[in-house]
Design a binder for this molecule. Structure first.
Ligand code: HEM
Length: 224
């Protein structure tokens, strides 16, 4: 049945070369943990991506209930957590995933660093990786405010004070991020929400596409 559908589409759009490029790719022996146990370190990038996918999917479901304004935000999260079927699980996945993805990404970065996999010809992919790193940290930071409880509010006040301490540009950056020169409030919440669900994911998808295209083009590094 699946083959028939594939053949039907292939006859019209010639998708075999595309499919072969994606699916029929030989994985070198030195990255296969079945051959060399220590090769498990090569899994960290893929595991990071797996959690990113979970974050995107769980986040999409969270936005069905979450209300990004200062009157309703906390209550909408409370309702989601305590009343909505599976809400606790979906929120829990997003909450714990947010920490786990940073840990995985860090392990992946350590693998690349200690194997020297950032060296020529992979310097550009390291640079893209560093940008991904900042985008991922910013996702964690902006998401932290959204529950709009005391912890979220005061953590973000601290963040904004740190931004404000930037030499010369401090006050401007603060207003840009908080949406107001001295209040962390309604504008900050909507701004962080938009950044968390639209701006940063868009940047992340573009950067990940570049990351994966470069990996495919250059092949995985090694063996050491
Ligand atoms: C969401 C975050 C990220 C994801 C999903 C991701 C995913 C991947 C995957 C699947 C690979 C293939 C090999 C492997 O898994 O180890 C890879 C390779 C690579 N990554 Fe990442 N990565 C991320 C972040 C980073 C960061 C933060 C850096 C560095 C600052 C980085 C630098 C590299 C480099 C240089 C390679 C090529 C390594 C080689 O050929 O041995 N990546 N990445």
């Amino acid at each position: 049945m699946l083959n028939k559908i594939f053949d039907w589409v292939d006859e019209r759009l010639d998708i075999t070369p595309l499919w072969a490029d994606i699916a029929d790719h030989e994985v070198p022996e030195h990255v296969n943990p079945a051959h060399h146990f220590s090769a498990f370190v090569y899994c960290f990038g893929g595991l990071t991506f797996f959690i990113v996918v979970i974050q995107v999917l769980s986040g999409m479901f969270l936005t069905m209930y979450y209300v990004p304004d200062i009157i309703n935000a906390w209550n909408s999260v409370y309702y989601l957590q305590n009343e909505v079927a599976f809400g606790q699980i979906v929120r829990g996945m997003h909450h714990w995933g947010a920490s786990l993805v940073i840990v995985m990404m860090f392990l992946h970065t350590l693998r690349v660093f200690f194997q020297g996999a950032y060296k020529k010809p992979r310097e550009l992919n390291w640079v893209v990786g560093v940008l991904i790193f900042f985008v991922m940290l910013a996702l964690g930071l902006t998401g932290y405010l959204l529950p709009w409880d005391m912890k979220a509010l005061f953590a973000t006040k601290v963040t904004i004070q740190i931004v404000e301490a930037t030499p010369i540009l401090g006050p401007y950056l603060k207003t840009l991020i908080a949406g107001h020169p001295d209040i962390v409030g309604a504008q900050t919440l909507t701004r962080f929400f938009a950044i968390h669900v639209f701006f940063l994911p868009a940047a992340l998808f573009g950067l990940l596409a570049a990351h994966f295209i470069m990996i495919r083009k250059q092949g995985i590094s090694g063996p050491l």
